[in-house]
Write a protein that binds this ligand. Structure first.
Ligand SMILES: O=C(O)CCC(=O)C(=O)O
Ligand SMILES: [Fe+2]
Length: 206
C-alpha cells in the first residue's frame, strides 16, 4: 500500500532546514530526529491522517489495542546515515500502535525486526524481519519488541507516528505498566488525559 508521497523528504529538506540538523533529542538512543509538531506539520498533516485514515483502519485491525480510540500521537522523522545513526536497538514504543513510513532516500539495509509483545517471556526468541519500502508504511503494536538493522548504504528517512489511546493508557502506563501519575504538559504530552474518556475493555497482556 502506498502511504506517502516520495517527495515528502524533499519538502522537509527545503521548507524546513532544521530537519537536516543533527541534534540531541529527548531520547538518548537516537541522534537525529525532528518532531512533526516542531515543523508545524502536526495540525495540517498528522492529525488529519490519524483521525480520518488511521483511526478507522486501526479500529478494524487492532480493536483490542485501543485502535478505535486513538486520540493523540507523537510523530517524528528519523534519519539514518553513514557516520550518523546506523541502527536502532531493540525497544518498544510509548504508543498503543505505531505507523512507520519509509520516506526515502536511497538506501540498503535498515530492515525492521519484530519479536513478540515485551511482556511475554520469550518475546525475542523468533524474530520477523521486514524490509522498508520507500513510500510504504508498516503498522505494528507499540508494545511489540522491535529494532532496526544497520544501514548498509545511503540515507534512510522514516516518518514514525506513535498513536495513543488515552482510554487505554490512563488505566495502565504502557511503558512501566503502572497506574500513571500525571503531571501537566503541553500539546498532547504523553497522551494521557485527566477527564475520563469513553472506556474500552482491553487486556494489556493479550
Ligand atoms: O528506524 C526505524 O524505522 C524504527 C524507528 C522506531 O522504531 C521508533 O522510532 O520507535
Ligand atoms: Fe519503535
Amino acid at each position: 500500500m502506498l502511504l506517502w508521497p516520495r517527495s515528502l523528504w524533499l519538502q522537509l529538506n527545503i521548507v524546513h532546514p532544521q530537519a537536516q540538523i543533527l541534534r540531541a533529542f529527548s531520547s538518548v538512543w537516537r541522534q537525529c530526529q525532528v518532531l512533526m509538531h516542531e515543523l508545524g506539520l502536526d495540525d495540517p498533516l498528522v492529525t488529519p491522517l490519524r483521525e480520518r485514515f488511521l483511526l478507522p483502519l486501526m479500529a478494524l485491525l487492532y480493536p483490542d489495542y485501543g485502535g478505535g480510540y486513538l486520540d493523540s500521537h507523537r510523530a517524528f522523522v528519523v534519519k539514518y546515515a553513514l557516520g550518523q545513526d546506523l541502527e536502532l536497538g531493540c525497544h518498544y514504543d510509548n504508543a498503543e500502535l505505531t505507523l512507520n513510513v519509509a520516506l526515502g532516500k536511497d538506501f540498503t539495509g535498515g530492515a525492521l525486526y519484530f519479536g513478540g509483545l515485551f511482556q511475554a517471556p520469550a518475546a525475542l526468541k523468533e524474530t520477523l524481519e521486514v524490509e522498508h519500502v520507500v513510500g510504504s508504511g508498516i503498522l505494528h503494536r507499540g508494545g511489540q519488541l522491535h529494532g532496526a538493522r544497520p544501514l548498509c548504504k545511503g540515507e534512510r528517512w522514516n516518518l514514525v507516528v506513535w498513536l495513543r489511546a488515552s482510554a487505554v493508557r490512563n488505566r495502565l502506563c504502557p511503558m512501566c505498566c503502572q497506574k500513571p501519575e500525571l503531571v501537566d504538559d503541553e500539546g498532547f504530552g504523553d497522551g494521557f488525559t485527566r477527564e475520563e474518556p469513553t472506556t474500552v475493555d482491553v487486556c494489556v497482556l493479550t
